[in-house]
Ligand binder design. Structure first.
Ligand SMILES: Cc1ncc(COP(=O)(O)O)c(C=O)c1O
Length: 396
């Protein structure tokens, strides 16, 4: 007998983004003028038609448990969206609504990963993927992406073993904003079919894509629908991070297993948020277009400014609202107090303490020597923040 924590927990850490968020919020509460570029959520309010649908749900007492897989009208609306936007055919029992894309990812991994199974994660990657794999009992196999952040297919091929259960991809991605080419997605599909593993395709930033590009879903490649677990949600596209709504689409047996996880953990997603999400899909989409246009202007500004700072380089940002930029030339330099900044975490701490600007250390995303900022802030705030970063990087 023992009152120790589980062995599993030793392999899992609290999401660094959440931990950093808490610290920055505390500094703000203490009256400090901190600019937060660390948070991954749109700065726009949830559109008013969506808020009204949530309020209506409460007023009409739609406030109880719902079907475990999500209410039928919402799954029907998701199925319609997938057909119209992505050319994909998913029946209603191939869709499950969850409490955020994060829960959908986690339930998907629990559904398919047995103890010791390997999950390949191209890096840089979303901060939570490796820990989610550990929580499901699997082992993450991190495979670096190419210099331009495209998939390094040779490296992925070399990483595949008998234990490979899945590869997780995200496009457009957090933290780099890269969008994988259709060709690279087709190559990954070929490998998945040949070697027989799942692809978990995180498409949460699907609509936040620039220069009139369109993201390509691996689920649309012939032979891939049954081996793809498509993840999407409402947090980013509809500025609904606090409503906690996401979904997964997959083969019926995978969906059934993911619903088992949900039924034994959170039971169902929030009834109110489901009604709001239904309106998000069925109502006007003009707020999404306006948001993306605004993000594109900010992307242009942030990209130019970062690349104009000596010793900093940022690769093209094709989607999402993040810039991951190389600051390795500043590692090893001294801050004003003489302290040597040994790595990106220390550089980040220094920018927070000295310049009151909060970025995220790239090592959280398995990209040491870089920093990530979110440009989901107004242009005025971004200008001030980049002045502070530039000033802070005048190091000897
Ligand atoms: C790549 C990626 N996937 C999933 C999520 C989680 O989204 P949700 O709010 O729907 O749980 C995020 C949020 O930052 C993300 O960046």
């Amino acid at each position: 007998m023992s009152t120790e924590l589980s062995a599993k927990m030793k392999k899992v850490s609290i999401s660094p983004t959440s931990a950093f968020f808490a610290r920055v919020e505390e500094m703000k509460r203490n009256g400090m003028d901190i600019i937060s570029l660390n948070v991954g959520e749109p700065d726009f309010p949830t559109p008013s038609n969506i808020k009204a649908a949530g309020i209506k749900a409460i007023e009409e007492n739609f406030t109880k448990y719902t079907e475990g897989s999500g209410i039928a009208p919402l799954r029907k609306a998701i199925s319609k969206k997938l057909k119209e936007d992505n050319g994909l055919t998913y029946e209603m029992d191939e869709i499950a609504v969850m409490t955020g894309a994060k829960q959908a990812l986690s339930a998907a991994l629990m559904a398919i990963v047995s103890d010791g199974d390997e999950v390949i994660i191209p890096t840089p990657c979303y901060v939570s993927y490796p820990d989610m794999v550990s929580l499901a009992g699997g082992v993450s196999v991190l495979v670096e992406r190419a210099d331009d952040f495209s998939l390094d297919m040779d490296a992925i091929k070399n990483a595949v073993t008998d234990k490979t259960k899945a590869v997780i991809i995200c496009s457009p991605d957090n933290p780099t904003g890269h969008v994988y080419s259709e060709q690279s997605i087709r190559e990954l599909a070929d490998l998945s079919i040949q070697k027989d593993f799942f692809v978990i395709s995180d498409e949460i930033y699907e609509k936040i894509i620039y220069d009139q590009k369109k993201a390509f879903s691996i689920a649309g490649v012939p032979g891939m629908k049954d081996r793809t677990i498509l993840i999407n949600g409402f947090s980013k596209t509809y500025s609904m991070t606090g409503w906690r709504m996401g979904y997964l689409c997959a083969r019926k047996d995978v969906i059934k297993a993911a619903i088992k996880v949900q039924s034994q953990t959170t039971t169902t997603p929030s009834s109110i948020s489901q009604m709001a999400s239904l309106e998000a899909l069925e109502g006007p989409q003009d707020s999404v277009e306006a948001m993306v246009l605004e993000f594109q202007k900010r992307r242009d500004y942030v990209y130019e400014r970062l690349n104009s700072i000596e010793g900093v380089s940022c690769k093209p940002i094709m989607g999402a609202f993040y810039a991951l930029f190389d600051v390795s030339s500043y590692i090893g330099k001294k801050a004003a107090d003489g302290k040597v900044l040994e790595n990106d975490v220390e550089l980040c701490e220094y920018l927070l303490e000295k310049e009151h600007v909060a970025a995220m250390p790239g090592s959280c995303y398995k990209a040491p020597g870089t920093l990530r900022i979110s440009f989901a802030s107004s242009m005025d705030v971004l200008k001030k923040a980049l002045d502070r970063i530039e000033n802070g990087l005048m190091l000897s």
